[in-house]
Write a protein that binds this ligand. Structure first.
Ligand SMILES: Nc1ncnc2c1ncn2[C@@H]1O[C@H](COP(=O)(O)OP(=O)(O)OP(=O)(O)O)[C@@H](O)[C@H]1O
Ligand SMILES: CC(C)(CO)[C@@H](O)C(=O)[O-]
Ligand code: BAL
Length: 282
């Protein structure tokens, strides 16, 4: 089977021209999957959906410095563009947007940026101050750059693994009146339950075993076999695992609620030096 290579755009102007040309040639819907690259099967499943549901399928690959805090892994975050493009070609993706940092932020960090307020200051935002401001700012730019015009439905795909990010993206679309529909994608897991994540690459074989405690504990909590406190103890007791938070929230606004049907259980923990997150509906 011959595989058509996606066009890789590295500048905003080039991406805009490609989108305009393809819309002029008949593309009636546009889909975007924003990523930081180092693609795994979770990403590829979303890419497949983006391909299937849109005439024009675009994936961005950009390790966004704005969303990394001091001491986080911006420098060491895995970068493997050629491999990513090959994987996206196999999924039939049309365009890959892979700009250098200077293209997205000429002259350094932007003067005007998006702030995520109180919703971005809790949970992930409490441990990673500024993280969501950075993620929202870059996605805000992507929506502006790509907006295909009033008659072309534009969809953007976000994983439910990053539940707080997904909620904030939905809020930003509402607050800024972006002409884009956010399409959430369920968590893709390994056969043994670990939520796929680019940062899983950092785990040793033993750490990957220990990381399974996150999913196992969420399953037990959702089944009512553990109280919230017992669930926290179970995660914290796992070797090499340091719990950040395990809470149950209202999925609409992330306010803390008791673990009851309809609540969303969110967990974040370090496994060795690697920070992982996961979640499950109760
Ligand atoms: N296992 C997964 N299931 C569903 N969506 C996912 C999964 N992994 C990543 N995504 C989604 O893919 C998009 C791009 O994510 P990103 O490139 O940061 O990958 P990641 O695996 O989440 O990486 P990291 O390890 O840095 O958190 C996000 O919307 C994210 O929620
Ligand atoms: C949405 C995103 C691509 C913005 O950099 C990133 O936060 C991610 O990969 O989830
Ligand atoms: N998947 C969320 C991106 C980040 O951790 O920076």
């Amino acid at each position: 089977m011959t595989v058509t290579q996606p066009v890789v755009c590295t500048t905003v102007a080039q991406l805009r021209e490609e989108i305009a040309a393809r819309v002029a040639a008949g593309a009636a819907t546009v889909g975007l999957l924003p990523t930081m690259g180092a693609l795994h099967h979770g990403h590829l499943e979303i890419a497949r959906r983006t391909r299937a549901e849109n005439d024009l399928a675009v994936v961005s690959v950009f390790v966004n410095p704005l969303q990394f805090g001091p001491g986080e892994d911006f420098e060491s975050y895995p970068r493997q563009l050629a491999q990513d493009v090959a994987a996206l070609a196999a999924e039939g993706v049309d365009l890959v947007f892979a700009p250098p940092v200077e293209e997205m932020y000429p002259g350094g960090a932007p003067v005007v940026s998006v702030t995520s307020g109180t919703a971005g200051a809790v949970l992930e935002g409490a441990t990673r101050p500024g993280h969501f401001d950075g993620a929202l700012t870059v996605v805000n730019k992507l929506f502006t750059i790509m907006a295909p015009g009033p008659r072309i439905p534009f969809r953007a795909y976000f994983g439910e693994k990053d539940a707080q990010q997904l909620l904030l993206m939905q809020r930003m679309v509402r607050d800024f009146d972006h002409r884009v529909e956010i399409r959430p994608v369920p968590i893709v897991r390994s056969e043994r339950g670990l939520a796929l994540s680019s940062r899983n690459q950092y785990l040793s074989a033993e750490q990957a075993e220990h990381a399974l405690v996150l999913h196992r504990t969420l399953v037990a909590l959702a089944a009512g076999e553990l109280t919230l406190e017992q669930a926290r103890e179970r995660v914290a007791a796992e070797p090499e695992v340091r719990l950040d938070y395990l809470v149950t929230v209202d999925p609409q606004d992330l306010e803390l609620v008791d673990p009851a049907p309809g609540a969303l259980a969110l967990v974040a923990a370090w496994v060795g030096p690697t920070r992982l997150i996961d979640n499950m509906r109760i």
